[in-house]
Design a binder for this molecule. Structure first.
Ligand code: 5GP
Ligand code: MN
Length: 354
């Protein structure tokens, strides 16, 4: 145990992971649909690290990641299942080891799920910080980590010491830690996280450069869409300390919506003094995709699980509704009236990780 690591990491599991990797020629690293900074950061860091040991490693995600994540060194190694499905299927069918990073339900692999389940031989490893992990051969599952990238940092440190964290790996992990904590403003901001960040900075990471690349490279259209949504589409129910925003497909077209453009918008209503529960409804071809965020005690993981086919963390979760936007919203409004206490309590601290 070095002073840089969280004391919850189980070293015997790191040894098991080393053994599983040593016995594998070909490894598949996987992360979840609509990949965010933690999905890409943790997956790329694992891919880069394991490739250094001479394994054949390929990293697949179901669909495209936002453009701003091209700042992650090694992002060019991320393979998009929807763009190479046949080749990915063939690789996954024969892979000797499958490593699942930053998700806890196989359904989060969307159209890639079947291709992974077709391989019934390869052991599966879970590296994740969500609750309710599946039963895999080996599971690093710890919701007290604010990001999977922080967990990967600890695993790599236990595996190879500081040498394991090259500058490229350090940058990838920093992106995951930064994005899943809302730029270090919510989640489990533990001393261990800051010690890990100190180590990354020691390896050459420049936080202002990464903030610049992630937060300040958006399109003009995106900012105008944010302005429009906040001004025209945000509904605030102060009595229930709740706000929500809706975005239709027509509005996406109007603002030339690109993948990643809605990232972060659901957090914005939480800056209102009288709001500690926020939702965003986004119309897609298949369903209404919903994001939930809360501050304090209200458990959006439970809310998403029970009412909207989803899940996540206590303060950051997502789900889906299969039906028209108007129905999704009226269902939500009715639930809010039922499960949210009428205002009067003071706003509490802590938002949630994604
Ligand atoms: P976001 O709102 O940014 O899409 O997702 C926030 C968090 O909620 C994700 O990191 C993930 O943990 C969880 N999440 C989002 N969508 C789903 C979903 O459809 N199912 C489950 N189980 N979790 C989700
Ligand atoms: Mn995460």
């Amino acid at each position: 145990m070095t002073k840089f690591m969280k004391n919850t990491l189980d070293f015997t599991k790191v040894i098991q992971l080393q053994r599983l990797c040593a016995g594998a020629q070909t490894i598949a690293v996987l992360s979840h649909t609509n990949p965010d900074g933690d999905a890409i950061g943790s997956g790329v860091a694992l891919t880069t690290f394991l490739t250094g040991f001479g394994h054949t490693v390929r990293f697949f995600v179901p669909n495209h990641y936002p453009k701003f994540l091209t700042c992650v060194p090694g992002a060019e190694r991320v393979e998009i299942f929807s763009e190479c499905a046949d080749e990915a299927r063939a690789y996954l069918a024969d892979a000797d080891l499958i490593i699942c990073s930053d998700f806890n339900q196989i359904s989060r692999l969307d159209k890639m799920t079947e291709a992974v389940e077709a391989n019934v031989v390869a052991p599966r490893v879970l590296i994740d910080h969500h609750m309710d992990p599946p039963e895999y051969e080996l599971s690093f599952s710890d919701p007290t980590y604010s990001s999977t990238s922080h967990l990967v940092f600890d695993i790599l440190m236990a595996w190879g010491g500081a040498e394991a964290i090259t500058l490229d790996v350090a940058k990838a992990l920093y992106v995951g830690m930064m994005t899943d904590t809302g730029n270090f403003s919510y989640g489990n901001l533990t001393p261990a996280l800051y010690r890990a960040v100190a180590e990354l900075v020691e390896r050459g990471v420049r936080p202002p450069e990464i903030s610049q690349a992630v937060f300040n490279t958006q399109s003009e259209n995106r900012l105008r869409m944010v302005g429009y949504l906040l001004s025209e589409k945000m509904r605030v129910d102060a009595a229930h300390r709740t706000a929500y925003i809706t975005l239709t497909r027509a509005e996406k077209t109007r603002f030339n919506h690109q993948i990643g453009d809605t990232e972060g918008i659901v957090n914005m209503p939480l800056s209102i003094e009288t709001v500690d529960f926020s939702a965003m409804f986004i119309e897609t071809l298949e369903c209404i995709k919903i994001s939930f965020r809360s501050q304090g005690d209200f458990d959006v993981n439970l809310f998403a699980r029970e009412h909207f086919n989803g899940g996540g963390h206590k303060n950051a979760a997502g789900g889906r509704y299969y039906g028209p936007m108007s129905e999704a919203v009226s269902r939500f409004e009715a639930l809010v009236r039922k499960v949210r206490p009428v205002a009067g309590n003071e706003k509490q601290g802590e938002g949630g990780a994604a």
